[in-house]
Design a protein around this ligand. Sequence first.
Ligand code: 1GP
Length: 257
Amino acid sequence: MVAAVPAVGKVETYLREEIKKHGTICFPLIDSENSTNNDVVTSIARKVEAAGASAVLVGGSSATDQMELAKVVSDIKGAVKIPVILFPGNVTGVSPKADAILFSSLLNSEDPYFITGAQALGALAVKKHGIEPLPTAYVIVGEGTAAWFVGRARGIPSHKPNLAVMYSLAAQYMGMRFVYLEAGSGASQNVTPEMVAAVRKYYEGILIVGGGIKTPETAGQIAKAGADVIVVGTMIEKDGDWQQKLSSMVKAMRQAH
Ligand code: 1GP
């Protein structure tokens, strides 16, 4: 007898509803390495929720301290109602109290460890802690960022949208319900709206775009091109008036539809 296909979980169902409601939603990324002070983390989490974020991502390619990560996840959980989603760069990115995890394969890595190795090592911990796995194809665009370096990626050239389409469609055919087009944190060149539009034409799952997006104009263009989710990391905390700016970015994402 064939077992039933596992149902889509609570967090993914919520995300699909949010996307239906708003067109494009925002995931601010809180870096567990830079934000260990309880008051700071709590205050950032409340501010991003008030700015209209639909979930908080925690992690990053060079966040490897599990104690720090566990504390940050727990502080955020205590401060806001929106889900906390892990964004792991390695097995060390799994943390018990999170609601969900971008269970990602770095499709264009040259190292099998980042395609299937770390995933095998981390899978049982995800199961044991009851963290909802969101099956994600992680695709790195461009070069020179921490995600590109650590993940040993062969970055897709920014001006080659068709390569991103090929990876995204392959991800869909392999059953991945999320694709994350990643330019890398602090990237000088964000994923272009042209690349987003090209992928959108073919890929039918949830399309996440991040890296170097720090203005409402860029967020609006990427939303209009078809991103379902936009990740904003570096801008948070950096600009003095970042909460206001994040709010404007969320508005621009919604108005793009
Ligand atoms: C990085 O895509 C995220 O993994 C966010 O990028 O820090 O440039 O906003 P930024």
